[in-house]
Design a protein around this ligand. Sequence first.
Ligand code: KIV
Length: 275
Amino acid sequence: MPYASPQADSKLTSAVTTSTLRKMKADGEKFITVALYDAPMSAMAQRCGVEVLLVGDSLGMTVLGYDSTIPVTMEQMIYHVEAVRRGNDKSLIMGDMPFMTYSTPELAMENATRIMQAGAHMVKIEGGEWLAPTVKMLGERGIPVCAHLGLTPQSVNKLGGFKVQGRNDDQAEAILKDAKLLDEAGADLLVLECVPSELAKRITEAVSMPVIGIGAGRDTDAQVLVINDILGLTEKPPKFSKNFLIEAGDIPSALNKYAADVKAQIFPADEHCFK
Ligand code: KIV
């Protein structure tokens, strides 16, 4: 028996799939996503009913000590996707594709194949219209894709810092247009990071794919937080995050509280949102 195995008392009773998430969007039921990186936390997330796990390239900053996600490699992503998959047999697992590993559709196919073979059920890529052919190509070959718009951390040097995106009309329209194009290309999920709540609401209503927000208000179909932020491990926590460990007292209770507050639309509160 591995040290970190999902328990019989898991709140998830069957495997979460892209159809599960589309039905939840249609039914207006919020789903939970956590970015995490190892087997014990993955097993705990299953027990707490976390529908989607993101093995994010944020691990470069949260685990490996880099100052951005840019140095993260395929080998590091594969190592952590394998660990997360070993701890969990019900949540849908997304694996981030590192910087420049999907800069052409051919490269994307080669590297997405490796992430899927490591145990992910979906890959995540950052960017807009230019990725529509890649999303289509991967989808046609059986690889589900989560798109990522708004603050795209791999572009931090182009964006001039980790800043809220879509605050002016031109930027907002461009993000909305990108979301629609990626939806039409067949993307299965969309992460919207650090955009005004009103824009996130418009995008969530305009696309058929479920939208997961982080710093994107309460109206997206789901929320994602990084486990380090949930557990208060981050030295300078971002405005959109919350330390759930303080009031919950222990790690499972913190994860349960985060999940319950998202489902009840208590989290994010106004103080975690952008205008
Ligand atoms: O890498 C990551 O963890 C992410 C989330 C912050 C959405 O992309």
